[in-house]
Design a protein around this ligand. Structure first.
Ligand code: ARG
Length: 554
């Protein structure tokens, strides 16, 4: 909409106006849009107050009701009726397609997301990567890209050598079968305890990983088994979250593809020996990127360089995103520089999408110290709490279990996505499940309320807009923002823009609902039902793009 306002204003001044200059006043009496004239004062050698007055006096357009000059601003009031009519008509026509665009022009965007480590619990950090990545994928799809979701499993590396050693020393097949991740984690923790006393264990761990990399069959069989069992546990979480992947090619997948990449690095004279290891220099300001250890074993970075090149060849991506915590920023900086030094100009298309920690009582959650929150337990507790609320509020509801799942899981996802991803967030299950405030359940309840109005409403015929009151107007303006919200959230890789928008739309709807007689006013009935239908479309689509289900009854 701002673009349209700009093109109108531009007819009346030679000064350059762009849409970022257009403001949306907080108070209705200051108009629907406002143009501050301060930026023009210097060049025009005139006070902003005068500039605003002169502009306000000449602006005219069939969509504009009136303009007013106030304190250096031109306040613009739109013709509510025609604005409302055109918006509602568009929404009825486009339905769920409203807000879709083709800015991506079909370009493929690979999204490295979730990527938990085998034999370790699925942490809250991996939850963040999963839900942020999933929403970014959905937003890109809405904006005309083709997302490819890749789960780069942490299924390779020295830790598996350690795990092999620990399993051979203290492991039990039965226990691994019964509770794979719990048992494997305990073995891993024990390994670290014992290695503090007996350093030779570390050497054994490194040797065991080397044997794995060299293709030792017994070692491989064990590794394969740990991987399969772990994946089964992860899959349960993905099913709960409703997230799927296009690829599960993890670190191990690149085992037989690294040699040629190391060779390529060598041919380009990029490898430098350093304390027996091989590294690539990535400039004065960063530590060198480790490619091979002194025993010949590869590293996390070796696998990521190989994976990046493999992805480019496989998908011909226009963008390649990595949704991984803030703490790995250095790694991705190094990755880009190495690829760039290898002569791959497309390394520019690689982008780290970092996010902050999840804190519990202000402290970081970590896997090794035992202070972990098991995600599956968290989700199950959220579902249980949601079930309780439903039991209190609507015991008659038919598919309670299904709805409780959507609400419980939705609450966890929403509380994560509503804050900018770079912030650390405090984990508070009770708070995220509240039905008031900026929560998932609040948006879901609002959606269900709108659906229930429609169930009671007469079948919709063509609507007529007679007049537009302030509540309706706020709602209409909120609906109008949706397409630009989607574009901004996509471009900035920032689902929180959309989550905040969903809360705003829900609030506008609830104040409309609380103050306007929807059903008992036949003069406005058809148009108000059209409004409710539009809210249903946009709220459902907003939740979908966040990866959250929208039950029609709660
Ligand atoms: N498995 C890693 C971890 O849990 C994350 C992997 C992220 N993706 C990547 N291509 N490096 O820390």
């Amino acid at each position: 909409m701002k673009k349209e306002i700009v093109s109108i204003l531009q007819r009346f001044t030679t000064e350059t106006i762009d849409d970022s200059m257009i403001e949306i006043p907080v108070y209705t009496h200051l108009g629907d849009y406002a143009l501050p004239c301060f930026p023009f004062a210097k060049k025009l050698r005139q006070s902003p107050i005068l500039i605003a007055q002169e502009l306000a006096a000449i602006i005219q357009d069939e969509s504009i009701e009136k303009t007013e000059a106030v304190n250096g601003y031109v306040n613009i009031f739109m013709k509510r009726k025609s604005f409302a009519l055109s918006l509602l008509t568009t929404l009825q026509k486009q339905g769920k397609q409203y807000g879709s665009s083709n800015v991506g022009a079909g370009g493929i965007v690979s999204i490295d997301m979730s990527s938990p480590n085998i034999a370790k619990p699925f942490s809250m950090g991996h939850l963040r990567s999963t839900v942020i990545g999933n929403s970014i994928a959905l937003l890109h799809e809405k904006s005309g890209y083709q997302p490819v979701k890749i789960n780069h499993l942490g299924d390779w590396g020295t830790q598996f050598g350690k795990l092999l050693v620990a399993y051979r020393l203290w492991g039990s097949e039965k226990k691994v079968r019964e509770a794979p991740i719990e048992t494997l984690l305990a073995l891993y923790v024990r390994f670290h305890e014992e290695a503090k006393i007996d350093d030779s264990l570390n050497d054994k761990g490194r040797a065991a990983f080397k044997s794995l990399e060299d293709g030792d069959t017994e070692a491989l069989a064990l590794w394969e088994w740990f991987r399969t069992e772990s994946l089964k546990e992860f899959q349960r979480i993905y099913d709960l979250l409703g997230v799927s992947y296009d690829s599960f090619q993890g670190e191990a997948y690149y085992n037989d593809k690294m040699d040629s990449i190391v060779e390529e690095l060598h041919e380009r004279n990029l490898l430098v020996a350093s304390d027996g290891a091989l590294v690539v220099d990535v400039g004065e300001h960063l530590p060198p990127c480790l490619i091979k250890k002194s025993d010949g074993a590869t590293l996390y970075a070796t696998r990521d360089i190989t994976a990046a090149i493999h992805r480019k060849h496989t998908y011909h991506f226009v963008k390649s995103l990595y949704v991984v915590g803030n703490e790995q920023s250095l790694h991705f900086e190094q990755l880009k520089i190495v690829l760039n030094k290898m002569g791959y100009a497309w390394s520019d298309a690689i982008q780290h999408i970092p996010f902050g920690l999840i804190l519990k009582d202000g402290k970081k959650l970590s896997t090794r110290k035992g202070k972990i929150i098991l995600l599956e337990e968290v989700l199950k507790e959220a579902i249980l709490l949601a079930e309780k609320t439903i039991e209190e509020k609507n015991p008659q509801l038919i598919n309670k279990k299904e709805v409780a799942k959507s609400v419980g899981v939705g609450a966890v996802i929403f509380s994560d996505l509503k804050q900018h991803r770079k912030h650390d967030i405090e984990f508070d299950l009770k708070k995220m499940l509240q039905t008031e405030g900026e929560t998932g359940p609040y948006v879901q309840y609002t959606f269900a309320r709108a659906c229930s109005i429609l169930r009671k409403a007469p079948a919709q015929i063509a609507f007529e807009v007679k007049d537009v009151n302030d509540y309706e107007w706020e709602l209409i303006k909120a609906l109008k923002q949706f397409p630009s919200v989607v574009l901004r959230a996509t471009a900035e890789y920032d689902p929180s823009i959309l989550a905040k928008y969903a809360v705003h739309l829900a609030q506008s709807f609830n104040s409309f609902y609380g103050n306007v007689q929807i059903m008992n006013d036949s003069k406005h009935l058809s148009y108000r039902i059209g409004l409710v239908q539009s809210v249903v479309i946009v709220l459902e689509e907003s939740l979908r793009l966040l990866g959250i289900k929208a039950p029609t009854e709660m």
